[in-house]
Design a binder for this molecule. Sequence first.
Ligand SMILES: Nc1ncnc2c1ncn2[C@@H]1O[C@H](COP(=O)(O)OP(=O)(O)O)[C@@H](O)[C@H]1O
Ligand SMILES: [Mg+2]
Length: 1040
Amino acid sequence: MIGVGDMVLLEPLTEDSFLENLKKRFDHNEIYTYIGSVVISLNPYRSLPIYTPDKVEEYRNRNFYELSPHIYALADEAYRSLRDQDKDQCILITGESGAGKTEASKLVMSYVAAVCGKGQEVNKVKEQLLQSNPVLEAFGNAKTVRNDNSSRFGKYMDIEFDFKGDPLGGVISNYLLEKSRVVKQPRGERNFHIFYQLLSGAPDDTLKKLKLERDFSKYNYLSLDSATVSGLDDAANFRTVRNAMQIVGFMEDEMQSVLELVAAVLKLGNIEFKPESRCNGMDESRIKDKNDLKEMCELLGTEQSVLERAFSYRTVEAKMEKVSTTLNVAQAQAKTRHKVMGVLDIYGFEIFEDNSFEQFIINYCNEKLQQIFIELTLREEQEEYIREGIEWTNIEYFNNAVICDLIENNQNGILAMLDEECLRPGTVTDETFLDKLNTICADHQHFESRLSKNSKFLNDHSLPHNCFRIQHYAGKVLYRVEGFVDKNNDLLYRDLSQAMYKANHSLIKQLFPEGNPAKVNLKRPPTAGFQFKASVGTLMSNLQSKNPNYIRCIKPNDKKASHVFNGSLVCHQARYLGLMENVRVRRAGYAFRQAYEPCLERYKMLCKNTWPHWKGRARQGVEVLMTDLQVPAEEFSYCRSKIFIRNPRTLFFLEEKRKQCLEDLATLIQKIYKGWKCRSHFLLLKKSQVVVASWYRRYAQQKKYQKIKHATTMVQSYTRGWQARKLLRELKYQKKCEEAVTTIAAFWHGTQVRREYRKFFRANAGKKIYNFTIQRIMQKYFLGLKSKLPSMSPIDKTWPARPYSFLDGVHAELRRIFHLWRCKKYRSRFTEEKKAVYEEKLEASELFKDKKALYPSSVRQPFKGDYLEISKNPKYQKLSSAVDEKILLADVVNKINRANGKGSSRLFLLTKKNVVLADQKTGQLKANVPLTDLASVSTSTQTDGFFALKLKEGSASAVKGDFLLSSDHLIEIITKLHRIGSMAADREKLNIDISDEFLVQFKQDKVCVKFIQGSPKNGNSVSCKRKNNRLLEVSVPASS
Ligand SMILES: Nc1ncnc2c1ncn2[C@@H]1O[C@H](COP(=O)(O)OP(=O)(O)O)[C@@H](O)[C@H]1O
Ligand SMILES: [Mg+2]
């Protein structure tokens, strides 16, 4: 614990040590300190990590003094006594502007929300309670020189709980919004946040709908020098506010109406008036630029003319005040009684350069709160001492009741006089009001004015003429009277309220109920001061009916700076807040008191008799405890329900002992726990060891067993092998013996048989064996041959090899027979035509084979016979009709001319009876030679196609002479000629003469045709040349 957490325990108690303690704690981020149950809170001006959910858990359901001081401890205490003891609570948060009151109220609310019950409905309520803050702050907070987020209204929130402590809802009352801020803000301050938030954060289309522009400079009401505040994100806050409004329960159209109203106020600020003289000499005000008015009327749904008339008819002031929008006006209290926790966060005491009616009211309210603090603290103490039967001596402190009286006294209080002035007929000004004050309050100790009756302040130049000064409990404040009367009157001329009531806008209608023509009320409405006084009065009595919890906020410096502790400033606040007196009051009597039960509960471990349980009554237990601890009797006294402890030292002693005892207990618990832990660990280890060992043993034994088993098997197998081999040897021997016996027996039998049969064997056996062997060999040979026979093709020359040379002749004969047989088989498959063709070919072979060199090339050529198809050719129609026999051969041949040896083409036709020669082109018949006239045919031995048809001398055809022809189908032509001749029975065979020189009869002469091997220069062609009259030489290329 840094310093002393509770000032009551501070020793020695002086102002210096008090401040020293605060500073020490502040420097160590301990911003909270107790005075008994009062929490002093120093504004850290930076976020500290002490509001986390973990912290909430830490403080939840713990005793107030158990943990280091915290606002959560106070909230927890309040919430628990509300829930468990059914005592209504109020949390009073006081302090100067910027000291952290609003933050504190939010912390309290969030703590309560965090610890109270859960559930869908409850969470919704909690969320609504928490989200009411951003909405209220947007419309009620503004940046001031003291505080960037200063509350410009007082707020009192009653949170209602059911019997279980679950929140049911809340009622928020607000007090006197600083309306004048809408119209005018002091230097360095801003208007209410909502204006800036709307312009920076609303989407473009929303702004367009509201006829607004994003530029602050377009609006007279938005002060420009401090329009933006560092660390304040207006745009983001706008979204937060919208969201919060939704959660709190604003409908979409309601939100829209509110924003329209805000926009209308901005527009209103831009309307300017100019004076104008009328013909009747009266002055009148006229609106300069009507555009803003028009837009405003569109927003609010009013008629422009109505509003314009209302503005100008009674010319009162250039700029109109905003009418406060009351948010969540207190609803009628529920009928069934609920537990209530009130949180009061009201504007703090304020001293500005220029203080007006608002500051006066604010400071009056703070006076009242200080009053209630003094009263309740003292009364509570006093009553408690009396209740408990203790004698009480009064403690000196400054009672600010005189100041309250100065302000609120019904006869001559300042507020009463202000009201009187306002109601007085005749000209009333702020000056007449000040005059009145000067006469009536002149004697008051706390009132100062330049012109007070006795003029005792005439020489005080810090006091201007139109001002008065009040010595508040928290300091002197100079008030300027200007505007007091108007603001107190807070009058809205009926024309205006009626004009507004006529608007076609539900929210506006609701805000100006007095404009309803049906309810015209001629009575003056109560003044602002009167209303405020009354509401403060109600608030005070409300607070008094509840159990108070105090949070006293202190500002550590004036610069909103973190880590700066301004001793004199804190000292000033501590003084006027009466903190020292508070401590003294707590200490003068008894510094501490505690009911017997919790006391016994807390300290029972300090005595053997009470630990761990005391069976008797709590008071007796505490008595036993105190006696046992030997606390001097004057240090405490036993009262009715509580024990009172006079000196903090005694409490320290008890706490110290308890701490020691707790440490011992902790050690004991630790010791037992450690012992238990070690032992259980050991037991576990032991158990594991046994398991491991048993497993290992099992494993080892298994291994050993397997080894033995293996060895045994081995030995066994060797032995068995040895035995088996032995047996085998014996068996083998036995078998051999048996075999030997059989062999011997066989031989013996054989010898006997041979001896007996020798004589028969010698006579026949040799021949028989020979025959048998030969038979066997032949059988084998034929069977082998049968399986190895070659194919049936006549040209297949293969034949299996003979196995024995003595079979040579047989083998060759068999081969011949087989060949003949397969040839026969082959032939038997021929048709008649094919047979004729082969016969022809055979004849050609007989005629020319090895005789003429041309022959081999003809073997492959089939004998087609008719190469020309005369009958089908129309050209030769005549010719074919002339030849009446069947044409056996038709071809083109060359008829060799005797004169030059050159040839000319002729058709050559052969029938059974004739040879016909005809012109190739015309088909004209040239010669028709009956075959009977043919004597012979001559041809060479060479490869040429020359042949001569020699005619019988004396025949009819012989007249023209022989024919020397050449043909590509020489072999075929001659063969066919020969064949016809051989087939006809009546004719003799045609002679074929093959030689390289023969004679040809040309008419009269015989010419010799000689064939020679041509020289290579003649190429491959056959050429015929006339050598002389009697010789034609045919040169034939050498056959290769
Ligand atoms: N507990 C706190 N932790 C951090 N900052 C704080 C705390 N209390 C106050 N502040 C800072 O001080 C400023 C003023 O506090 P606020 O509660 O608005 O003052 P008040 O309501 O008393 O005028 C806050 O805006 C915040 O920046
Ligand atoms: Mg505030």
